[in-house]
Design a protein around this ligand. Structure first.
Ligand code: AMP
Length: 198
């Protein structure tokens, strides 16, 4: 199963992706996590991405496309994967199409978590508090000022993907404001319906 989770920062993509990993045994490919790992490792990509990420802006399409193209060729992706936080621009969406078609594979479903923006800042602040309480590192971009820029980037560059996938007949929407369990149940229902339709 190859799935894209769409939605603004704080919509719950990572939380839901983690649950799907457990249920379907396929990896979550979070470009945010991969970029943070690159920053942590001090690699060339990490050095180029750090300031952009700290400002809440998007890293260049060339960098993230190259990271994903390399990652999907790894053995654990053979049965499928969940793209979380990628694609985030129309250029990236086109790159996914060609990456998959070059490998003779397709995309099963695109699920958008639909959320109320007003709830998102609160979720991000809570995520930072929870990380701190658990003794985990707090993301530098999980604060209200940077969050506003992340949301602006989302509307400018990522929100158009909804129309892109709708036009291809691939978009499914799920109410991301419901409880975490209810969102998971709704996503699973969408995936089961998609599997039956194949
Ligand atoms: P995330 O963990 O998905 O919220 O991503 C954190 C940050 O990593 C974003 O604010 C961007 O700076 C960068 N990033 C993650 N995924 C992408 C992507 N697909 N395209 C560009 N930048 C990305």
């Amino acid at each position: 199963m190859r799935l894209i989770l769409l939605g603004p920062p704080g919509a719950g993509k990572g939380t839901q992706a983690q649950r799907l990993v457990d249920k379907y045994g396929i990896p979550q490919l979070s470009t945010g996590d991969m970029l943070r790992a690159a920053v942590q490792a001090g690699s060339e990509v990490g050095k180029r991405a750090k300031a952009v990420m700290d400002a809440g802006e998007l890293v260049s399409d060339a960098i993230v496309n190259a990271i994903v193209a390399e990652r999907i060729d790894q053995a654990d992706c053979a049965k499928g994967f969940i793209l979380d936080g990628y694609p985030r621009t129309l250029v990236q969406a086109d790159a996914v199409e060609s990456m998959l078609s070059q490998r003779g594979i397709g995309l099963d479903t695109v699920i958008e978590l639909v959320v109320d923006d007003r709830a998102l800042v609160g979720r991000i602040v809570k995520r930072a508090e929870d990380a701190k309480a658990a003794g985990q590192p707090v993301r530098k971009d999980d604060n209200p000022a940077v969050f506003e820029e992340r949301l602006r980037e989302y509307y400018k560059k990522t929100a158009p993907l909804t129309g892109y996938y709708y036009a291809k007949g691939r978009l499914k929407t799920v109410d991301g404001m419901a409880s975490i369990d209810a969102v998971t149940a709704e996503i699973e229902a969408v995936l089961e319906a998609a599997a039956k339709a194949r």
